[in-house]
Design a binder for this molecule. Structure first.
Ligand SMILES: [Zn+2]
Ligand SMILES: [Zn+2]
Length: 348
């Protein structure tokens, strides 16, 4: 619990956090000293933090450069309780969101070319910076976003990665009408709504035998749902792969027509098997999406309430982070898993 703990005759403020210490081990519940906001930073009382597949890649050791020990979590919603020096963008009490991109240098060739998602020195929330699996966190005010009022804390949390990276993937996929999505989890359930709003036709590819995911995709407006090794009834203009499965790349290339694009939306994927040149021929292309820029966030968060994007969430108390991660790993989360704290505000 948050509270005061007596240490050496001084009282210091403590918070709960779920700590990642070593790949392959469950997160450990710990009581830590509250972080202090440095220059340009704000201290946030965390209300909700969504659980992302990237968190699993970190915890499983597939992303190999984490800060250790680490507080994971990069889809954070909370209210500002304290401001460091020169952190004037928000006021105390403002509700803000903290995404994966936590800091960039502003000086490298990528930053100067408005591609800060590729910054050589970038720091990432819940990976190289402590994140939101805790009662409090600090963040650079320049990389935070105001949260639209129409969302509750838990509903807003998945917008910050599943939404933002999903949106960046959708933009990369171009303007084609027939859009395939492989892996129908948190990102897909948000992108599906935006795609429908843009009058696209959505073709959903799910794990073979996952009838619930199929039903979920059809309920979100997909015109067709099938197993990932099935051929869609028509050639697609573009496909986005959210599942971390390299085998899907050749399958998706076979599903798109001439000039079609396959966008890999995740940060990690198992190896892509070799495939005949013929399925890439005729100007098909494959690309990845890395991180996000602040303008992706601004664009998406202003679009989301207009669609309006709704998010389906399953909430877990902070201490149940390991259970939420395990359910995500085994495909037993519909929509997005979100950790909540006592400070969580609902929309009702
Ligand atoms: Zn840079
Ligand atoms: Zn994420």
């Amino acid at each position: 619990m948050i509270g005061l703990q007596r240490v050496d005759r001084i009282y210091i403020e403590c918070m709960r956090a779920m700590l990642f210490e070593k790949p392959g081990q469950p997160l450990r519940k710990a009581d830590l000293v509250l972080p202090k906001p440095g220059p340009g930073q704000v201290l946030i009382r965390v209300h909700a933090c969504a659980v992302c597949r990237t968190d699993l890649h970190v915890i499983d050791g597939e992303l190999t450069q984490p800060k250790l020990p680490l507080i994971p979590g990069h889809e954070i919603v909370g209210r500002i309780e304290e401001k460091g020096e020169a952190a004037g963008r928000f006021e105390i009490g403002d509700r803000i969101g903290i995404p994966w991109l936590g800091w960039t240098c502003g000086e490298c060739i990528y930053c100067r070319a408005k591609k800060e998602n590729l910054c050589d020195q970038a720091k990432f929330t819940g990976y190289t910076l402590d994140g939101g699996y805790a009662d409090y966190t600090v963040a650079d005010h320049r990389f935070c976003f105001p949260i639209p009022d129409s969302y509750s804390d838990a509903e807003a949390a998945p917008l910050l990665c599943a939404g933002l990276i999903g949106y960046r993937s959708l933009v990369k996929a171009g303007n084609g009408k027939r859009l395939g999505i492989y892996g129908f989890g948190a990102a897909a359930h948000i992108v599906a709504q935006v795609a429908k709003f843009q009058n696209r036709e959505l073709y959903a590819f799910t794990r073979s035998g996952d009838e619930d995911a199929k039903t979920f995709a059809l309920a979100l407006g997909a015109v067709w749902a099938g197993a990932s090794d099935e051929s869609p009834p028509v050639k697609l203009d573009a496909a986005i792969i959210f599942a971390p499965v390299g085998d899907l790349v050749p399958q998706a290339l076979r599903a798109v027509g001439k000039g079609g694009i396959v966008v890999c939306g995740g940060i990690h994927m198992s190896d892509i098997p070799s495939f005949p040149y013929e399925i890439l021929w005729e100007e098909r292309s494959v690309c990845s999406v890395a991180n996000l820029t602040r303008s992706d966030g601004e664009e998406f968060l202003s679009l989301a309430p207009k669609v309006p994007v709704t998010t389906e969430v399953q909430t877990f108390p902070l201490e149940k982070a390991n259970e939420a991660l395990e359910r995500l790993r085994s495909g037993r989360i519909q929509g997005a898993a979100v950790l909540v704290t006592e400070a969580t505000e609902t929309s009702d």
